[in-house]
Design a protein around this ligand. Structure first.
Ligand code: TRP
Ligand code: ZN
Length: 892
């Protein structure tokens, strides 16, 4: 069911927005659910929107068989409407219309996982962004909000559970082996929030009392055999409900809230009203199958989807160009939720560092490539390609900047005004900005550029100190590189949180000319609004060390020249934990870049003692949270190092990084061993912040220790693998064993452990995904090995999680092997994209993006990449999803 297209698919522009010609008041639907042929009857009451330039009644449909179309009780003749692609137009419709539509759809044949599809014999829907049109003809656009009543009918044995949006108002038998359930959603919603689920499912449920005293029913639905894995999702849901009440005064508006887990899902999860549908990866957990990272992922995704109930559902998007209105804001909310749950200052900083790492590694890269787009795009070919890190993560940073500029209370006031103005409406990013501006009285006109201009801004910092007048000057200059369709950029409104450190590393009381009202503060938020601005600080007794962009106060690249000594001072002392970590990363990056060049030049590699000692001091500093130490000791990824180069040499980067890991282990072996011993977590597994932090540091130590072949560290990893009581420790040990560069005997033992792991967990799909992933990213895994793993009986491209676990992990997570000199990695990539394109265009288009940055590689690799890109481009029946990504890459 791919969107087959012949020529270049059309581009949709934001500027072409026209309000719908008709509003919808009510939607009644009846489903006769059958896996082969499902019959859908829909009655829609509509009324003309006299304010619209659109005079026709417009409906969208895709992959539908139309059985009946009646308007106001009369069958519509073939000449009363036109169908062009997905668009049906009925001209001369009266002002008040009741449409009755009957369609036939084929869930079993639907491998796109959009619309109504089958998963392990159950029915699942996914309607965002444009999946509802695969169920019935409808004005399937987010600004058309209506009330839905849905009747589900199905065989009772095969489909004992029938779920819909909102409240269950009636259920019963139909007498013929079938039964029914009638659901009514009391809130108006856009069609993309429609959902139904039917099949054999079991649930963990609980009555939960809201702050107001009202009791609500919470359910987590899973396939049989998984009820021992739902507790964490349920806990996360209750935490989410409580958090939104406390932090934003937002209450659950339904009497019932359901989460359903499915193993066939294109993304993480979906916020359908009252009936969230999740990828099993973000629901199922117990200590046997899930790692600490999985537990954290579940918490934040459960939070994310729950928070959409207000930011996305009650207030939704006018059109899909406004996607970040709901996604950026909801990511900000889920990030704050996870940070608040940990509570401590370091805990919050750790969460912030993890989020910024993703932003820099993935979003900055997107912003520098052919798919770069503004947080509020101006155009797209396929909206599914715009569920991006720019919309989500950069969008969240944009929301965070309001929070930084307006403060905790100020931001809350803005949110309150946003809901007071727009509850029940479909609005734009500008409406959110207006609520923030009007509630605070601040002029946020220039702030709009964060929505309209793509690319990552660079801020350059230059300083001068005059001992005589005790004056320190900080000059900040901003620029932003050209991006597709945007050559010239105007200055952004950039909040730069900062402080100055004295020679002991203590914060200095600040006296800045531009912020005299805040004299004496040790942390200031400078507002950079011009291309270049100079901030003058007086009463500075000695030349300070600046700490800029504290807590990463804006999504920019900061150019500043620090000496190693200054970075050492910041790493050891900055009162801002984010910038302590940042200083360590700067020290590491500097060395990794130099060493990469040394590898290319064939020079001997050396690691200096200043760096080793700075890391040693952090590693042994027990006053620091173990998770913070783990982050400081983690070297920038190969992808991050690559960003430092104009021309990327993946193998040289890999060699340099491996060298630093080995050198650190040689020098810090004793310290890593004691960190290992000191951070064991004996006893029953709990996913609490302290135990998770300990396991993170302990397993990082293990991974370092296994970077330097040695009999005793191999034993350590083997013992941990054999005796592990939880998946976090077991997987970390298996990874250490697999990546151990040791003897043949050790390699054989590692292979045995991999086999045993598979055997022990072959019934747990999510664990087998980890098994594939671990091998996909191992530096011994080349293209031939990936092809061999693709032949494994447990591998299939038909399931997105499984496809991602091996092929995506290899193409995106194993750069030194993927970029093999002979181009074999790209040839594999092209085959995979072409194959996936037939099965699932959305998933295919994600993989297609692995070659986005092809222009950053040496010419001989570029040639191979171009061939691979052209091979995909020449494929027949290319979905518009893949066509857009490949087209933009080739145009770069
Ligand atoms: N709105 C979902 C979220 O919260 C995203 C999503 C889930 C989605 N499934 C999808 C988007 C399928 C497009 C297609 O992040
Ligand atoms: Zn979302």
């Amino acid at each position: 069911m791919s969107n087959d297209i012949a020529a270049t698919p059309p581009t949709i522009f934001r500027k072409d927005y026209v309000a719908p010609g008709f509003w919808v008041d009510t939607v009644e639907m009846g489903f006769d659910l059958d896996l082969h042929e499902t019959h859908v009857a829909t009655r829609i009451t509509m009324r003309r929107n006299h304010d619209s330039a659109e005079k026709d009644l417009v409906l969208f449909g895709a992959s539908l068989k139309l059985l009946q179309l009646r308007m106001n009780g009369v069958n519509l003749k073939k000449n009363a409407y036109t169908i062009d692609g997905e668009v049906m137009r009925i001209a001369n419709a009266p002002d008040e219309v009741t449409l009755e539509i009957e369609t036939l759809i084929k869930p079993l044949k639907n491998t796109s996982l959009s619309g109504l599809y089958a998963s392990n014999g159950n029915f699942i829907t996914q309607c965002e962004a444009e999946g509802f049109r695969k169920i019935t003809w409808f004005p399937d656009r987010p600004d058309v909000m209506a009330k839905y009543t849905v009747m589900l009918r199905a065989n009772k044995k095969k489909f004992p559970i029938l779920l819909g949006n909102g409240n269950l108002i009636e259920e019963g038998d139909l007498g013929d082996g079938r039964h029914f359930a009638k659901w009514e959603d009391p809130f108006k919603k856009p069609s993309y929030l429609f959902a139904l689920v039917a099949g054999k499912l079991v649930c963990q449920e609980e009555n939960y009392t809201l702050k107001s005293g009202r009791s609500v029913l919470l359910q987590v639905w899973v396939e049989d055999g998984n009820l021992d894995k739902t507790q964490h999702a349920m806990d996360s849901l209750k935490n989410s409900i409580r958090w939104d009440e406390e932090r934003f005064g937002l209450e659950l508006d339904l009497d019932r809230f359901m989460i359903v887990a499915t193993s066939d899902f294109n993304m993480g999860a979906m916020e359908n009203k009252g009936l969230n549908i999740f990828n099993t990866k973000y629901v199922l957990a117990n200590s046997r199958i899930a790692t600490d990272v999985d537990y954290a992922g579940i918490e934040s995704v459960v939070g994310h989807e729950y928070f959409h109930n207000w930011t996305g559902n009650r207030v939704t998007c006018r059109d899909w160009f406004q996607l970040s209105l709901k996604e950026g804001l909801t990511v900000f909310r889920d990030q704050e939720f996870s940070a608040d749950l940990v509570g401590t200052t370091t805990g919050r900083a750790v969460k912030r560092i993890e989020d910024v790492r993703v932003l820099r590694q993935v979003q900055f890269s997107e912003d520098a490539g052919p798919m770069a787009h503004p947080v509020r795009p101006d155009s797209f070919v396929e909206i599914n390609n715009f569920y991006t890190v720019t919309i989500y993560e950069k969008g969240s940073e944009v929301v965070r900047m309001y929070y930084t500029l307006l403060g905790h209370e100020g931001f809350r006031k803005g949110m309150d005004l946003y809901f007071a103005r727009h509850d029940g409406q479909a609005v734009e990013c500008d409406d959110f900005r207006a609520a923030m501006a009007d509630s605070s009285g601040r002029d946020l006109t220039q702030f709009e550029r964060w929505y309209s201009q793509s690319g990552t801004p660079r801020v350059k910092a230059e300083t001068t100190y005059d001992a005589e007048t005790q004056t320190y000057q900080l000059t900040l200059s901003q620029s932003c590189p050209a991006t597709p369709g945007q050559d010239e950029k105007l200055p952004f409104h950039i909040p730069v949180a900062m402080g100055l450190l004295d020679a002991e590393g203590k914060d200095i009381a600040l006296h800045c000319d531009a912020y005299s009202a805040l004299a004496g503060a040790t942390n200031l938020i400078l507002e950079l609004t011009e291309a270049s601005q100079t901030f003058t600080f007086t009463g500075v007794a000695a030349k300070p060390v600046p700490s800029l962009l504290r807590n990463f106060s804006a999504p920019v690249l900061l150019d500043i020249e620090y000496s190693d000594e200054e970075l050492g001072l910041l790493l050891a002392n900055d009162s801002d934990p984010f910038n302590r970590w940042e200083a360590g990363q700067r020290l590491a990056t500097r060395r990794l870049v130099k060493l990469t060049k040394a590898v290319q030049a064939g020079e001997t590699l050396e690691l200096d003692s200043m760096f080793i000692e700075a890391l040693r001091a952090t590693l042994v500093n027990e006053s620091l949270d173990p998770s913070f130490r783990e982050l400081v000791l983690t070297l920038p990824s190969e992808a991050m190092i690559a960003e430092e180069f104009d021309v990327v040499d993946p193998q040289a980067i890999h060699t340099a990084r491996q060298f630093v890991r080995t050198a650190l282990t040689q020098h810090l072996r004793a310290e890593f061993l004691s960190a290992y011993e000191a951070n064991l977590t004996p006893g029953q597994y709990t996913p609490d912040a302290i135990s998770m932090a300990k396991r993170a540091l302990k397993n990082l130590a293990l991974s370092y220790l296994s970077a330097w072949s040695d009999e005793s560290t191999f034993e350590l990893a083997q013992t941990q693998f054999d005796e592990a009581e939880n998946m976090t420790d077991r997987l970390a040990a298996l990874s250490a064993l697999t990546n151990f560069h040791g003897t043949e005997t050790q390699a054989n033992a590692a292979a045995q452990s991999l086999k045993k792991f598979y055997k022990d967990f072959k019934k747990e799909a999510l664990v087998i995904d980890k098994w594939f992933m671990l091998q996909a990213v191992a530096d011994t895994t080349d293209v031939a090995k990936v092809r061999e793993l693709m032949e494994h009986k447990a591998f299939t491209l038909g399931n997105p999680n499984r496809a991602r676990s091996l092929t995506f992990s290899f193409c995106n997570g194993n750069p030194s092997r993927f970029h093999a000199a002979d181009g074999s990695g790209y040839a594999l990539w092209a085959e995979l994209v072409i194959e996936l394109n037939k099965i699932n265009p959305q998933v295919a288009a994600r993989l297609a993006r692995s070659l986005d940055r092809w222009k950053k590689y040496p010419l001989h690799l570029q040639e191979h990449m171009k061939l691979a890109l052209e091979k995909v481009a020449a494929t027949k029946k290319l979905s518009k999803d893949v066509a857009e990504v490949i087209g933009k890459a080739l145009a770069a």
